[in-house]
Design a protein around this ligand. Structure first.
Ligand SMILES: Cc1cc2nc3c(=O)[nH]c(=O)nc-3n(C[C@H](O)[C@H](O)[C@H](O)COP(=O)(O)OP(=O)(O)OC[C@H]3O[C@@H](n4cnc5c(N)ncnc54)[C@H](O)[C@@H]3O)c2cc1C
Length: 509
């Protein structure tokens, strides 16, 4: 099936421009016999949300696919590398105040099995070094502020994502898309024209212009103008198990040697992020308006940042947490915040944008607008949302912090069957890998991530529920892993040095 003839994208945030770049790479130059046009419409007066500054390794895959090098985009977007997320204060169990959730890769297979084994021993009541921080190379590199690119003689590259300035990333992708033939229209959409079939026929601009299309992409952010508000796609809120619906945001000056990890610190009614960029540090507090007023949240964030008396202004955002039942309705694909949002704890929003557009391209090429392909696509995307949502919910359900918000979160009982099965498996000594395979959820979060969260919080079965492993178990020596990581780390230069390598020196006068 050829590409849609005229593609119209509403919205010039990261989601809209990523969609434009991916569709342009796939469809603009492919079939000269049947020309394809891509038009992106956005309203500079409305602007973009301008947060969303951490990624998963999926963003690296996107740039690789577009043929854009780190030297080209990273300095332009004040970007730094990201090896994972350090969670602090989510558990009050002694020894488990903090843990690192890495992006594991092939090199970690050398130690991951021993980690899982240590967890299994501890789940059976046998003392073992089951804290995740012992077991992953990215954790060692992040603690030592080393960059992800090894020396040439070291044959493994860790998996990594990035931190970046969301406005600059949008602008960079916009330039790239325009350079590939995408038409950029600045206009505010005032109305939407429907065809007799109910599908979208055209977008009507405030200035009188009319933009016709065959496929419309709704990347209008939380406004959700096309899929939800025009076509009536059903929004399924996640409020029953994710309480946070607000964020307060406040940047601070850049660190001299930027960390190579996001910090996620639990506060009284949510959590604060710290995202290191080369030009500033992005900070924010994601909280529940049912548990905390905006003023109290701002004060708590200021206190957390040591900025109680600082005149810098805070910015507040409302979050609509949930997903569309169907991301693709009639001739409209929703992406980004218009499609859904699971709160930013694991920085997965852009990851889902990229996955959605890639899946859509395959589905469309397989069957055009045929209902069967659309239904299969919608089912796959819905499952991805639910799979990621479950892992995020686990952060709250497993917490051991005091305070009303945290006790309520620990008592959550609106859990999916998959999450219940994972918790049962962990607490009853079952094989986690077998459970993950049976549930078919490794594509969302792999075994290492599940082990990290359960063990990182120090959630092991109570003595009364212990089931000791049936066979005698070999003891685990974490010192071997520490030594392995120390030797591996000798092959990595400091993060700051790796970032400086991308900066082009100013031309001589
Ligand atoms: C607090 C917070 C933290 C986040 N952190 C992360 C993170 O760390 N990692 C991550 O991956 N994601 C994160 N996200 C999500 C991320 O911000 C978004 O997924 C990403 O920015 C994409 O947004 P968007 O393009 O969908 O929407 P927006 O950036 O809001 O863009 C919407 C576009 O639609 C246009 N538009 C709307 N209405 C009209 C109209 N009538 N006419 C014309 N144009 C219109 C606007 O002008 C704009 O161009 C976070 C989100 C929040 C709220």
């Amino acid at each position: 099936m050829a590409a849609p003839h005229r593609i119209v994208i509403l919205g010039g945030g990261s989601a809209g421009w990523m969609t434009a770049c991916l569709m342009a790479a796939r469809w603009l130059s492919k079939d000269a016999a049947q020309p394809v046009s891509i038009t992106l419409v956005e309203s500079p007066a409305i602007g973009i949300i301008g947060v969303g500054e951490g990624s998963t390794p999926q963003l690296k895959a996107l740039f690789d696919r577009l043929g854009i090098t780190e030297a080209e985009w990273m300095p332009a977007c004040d970007a730094t590398y990201k090896l994972g997320i350090r969670f602090t204060g989510w558990s009050e169990r002694a020894g488990y105040d903090s843990y690192f959730h890495p992006f594991p890769s092939a090199i970690d297979l050398h130690t991951e099995g021993a980690f899982a084994h240590a967890c299994r021993l501890k789940r059976g009541g046998i003392e073992a070094p089951a804290h995740p921080d012992h077991w992953f190379l990215p954790t060692k590199l992040a603690d030592a502020k080393l960059g992800p690119h090894p020396d040439e003689c070291f044959p493994f590259e860790p998996s990594y994502g990035y931190h970046f300035d969301a406005h600059k990333l949008g602008a960079f992708l916009g330039d790239h898309a325009r350079g590939r033939g995408v038409t950029h229209v600045e206009a505010r959409i005032a109305d939407v024209e429907r065809a007799a079939s109910g599908a979208i026929a055209a977008l009507l601009c405030e200035d009188g212009r009319r933009i016709e299309g065959d496929l419309f992409v709704d990347s209008s952010g939380f406004a959700a103008l096309l899929a939800e508000r025009t076509l009536g796609a059903r929004f399924l809120p996640f409020a029953q198990n994710l309480f946070n619906d607000r964020a307060v945001v406040m940047p601070t000056p850049a660190a001299e040697a930027p960390p190579i990890a996001t910090q996620a610190t639990a506060l009284s009614a949510g959590w604060a992020w710290s995202i290191p960029l080369t030009a500033r540090t992005g900070n924010g507090y994601v909280y529940s308006s049912r548990h905390l007023s905006d003023d109290a949240a701002e004060t708590e964030l200021r206190r957390h940042l040591g900025m109680l008396d600082d005149p810098a202004e805070a910015r507040f955002l409302k979050m609509k947490v949930g997903r569309l039942e169907d991301s693709w309705t009639a001739n409209c694909l929703a992406v980004g915040l218009a499609q859904g949002f699971i709160e930013p704890l694991e920085a997965t929003a852009l990851h889902i944008v990229i996955a959605t557009v890639e899946e859509f391209i395959s589905a469309y090429e397989a069957g055009g607008f045929a209902a069967q392909h659309r239904a299969q696509f919608n089912a796959r995307i819905a499952r991805r949302y639910e799979g990621i949502r479950d892992y995020i919910v686990a952060h709250y359900r497993l917490n051991r912090r005091s305070g009303d918000y945290w006790r309520e979160a620990a008592g959550l009982d609106h859990l999916s069957d998959d999450l219940k099965a994972m918790m049962t498996a962990w607490f009853t000594g079952q094989d986690m890998d077998e459970t993950i395979a049976r549930l078919d959820i490794a594509g969302f979060y792999a075994s290492a991530s599940w082990h990290c969260i359960f063990a990182g919080y120090g959630t092991f079965p109570d003595d009364a529920k212990l089931r000791a492993p049936a066979t005698p178990q070999e003891q685990i020596d974490a010192a071997k892993a520490t030594d392995f990581h120390a030797r591996c780390a000798l092959n990595f230069a400091p993060h700051a040095e790796q970032l400086a390598a991308w900066r082009v020196p100013p031309a001589p006068l």
